[in-house]
Design a protein around this ligand. Sequence first.
Ligand code: NAD
Ligand code: TYD
Length: 353
Amino acid sequence: MNHKKNILITGGAGFIGSHVVRRFVTCYPNYLIINLDCLTYAGNLENLTDIESCSNYRFVKQDICEALSLDQVFKEFKISDVIHLAAESHVDRSIEDPLSFVNTNVIGTVNLLNSAKKHWGNEPDHLFYHISTDEVYGSLGETGFFTESTAYDPQSPYSASKAASDHFARAYYNTYKIPIVISNCSNNYGPNQFPEKLIPLCINNILNSKPLPIYGKGDNIRDWLFVEDHAAAIDTIFHSGKLGATYNIGGLNEWTNLQLVETLCDVVDKKINQPIGTSRSLITFVTDRSGHDHRYAIDASKLQTELNWNPSLEFEEGLSKTVDWYLANEDWLKSVTSGNYQEYYKQLYNNRK
Ligand code: NAD
Ligand code: TYD
């Protein structure tokens, strides 16, 4: 069968990528979706068991740092479009090992841009959609929002590597006319998120009666968006975004880390029928993350007014769905936390002392 588009989605076995792959495979049977992922600790094909046998889905185990093999994939599948999510994504890990972030996030992205340039030339009707983060804009004080024209000011090795990759995507648009679009999204939460990020880490620790580590005083602020709303925004921007443009995506949903974890504790207590306050008693203040960004907040009005996207879920509903998913998928949690997960956390907290 000839497909209308042959879309390469990188990082499709990860948290956000798996939701994007599922959405595109199920909503667009006339697209062939090629999920390219090298399956790091954060990539897990169990995230996609429900769609793995769909006729418009393929999986390729491949590292984006290997340029020659990427060219082969472009050739073999006649790739028409790219949605690029593959990345090292955790700030704490970037502080321990910045170079792996440079390799995957910067060099890997340039490898993909080079393959697109080689295989597409100046042909019309292609798109390289680069998925990025609001962290490239740096840290806000108590007021204000990041807009698309906020100057880049990345503060962590993770955000510096994502900022560099955004700059390369724009440079390829400007220099080689590669048709690109970029979006910068706030913190995502939802099913299938690896339990190193705040929300799933806390759920996992509650279920194992372990301390809930709050960095510093817990007064840092993040804007949280349900992952399926991010996938919907990506769908909208992929189909209707303006070439060369940037779109900010956010939930208008700011919480301090402490407020968020306390709320999460109460939601879990209710759902597992234990006295309210049981999980809160696990909250433990620990040494702050080095260079910890104080506040992120997104102005998503460009996406809302130009492309008519809006978040669909209230935070309470999203949090409830998320907790339900982790409670129903304790095997998934056990499987992704086998291996050197415990060892990693021992090391991380030792390095902080
Ligand atoms: P994740 O860590 O859950 O998944 C990353 C995926 O990329 C994994 O499946 C991993 O195996 C794969 N990968 C890593 N290195 C690779 C390589 N060298 N070659 C091929 N595959 C590789 O990440 P996520 O949270 O789903 O984030 C996805 C994208 O969205 C990233 O680009 C991230 O910067 C961006 N983003 C994330 C958030 C968030 O809150 N999680 C917010 C805004 C933007
Ligand atoms: P995280 O989920 O790692 O996302 P990001 O650093 O990309 O925003 O962290 C969200 C916030 O929660 C951030 O301010 C750091 C804080 N945090 C903790 O307080 N304790 C933890 O164990 C983790 C992982 C994060």
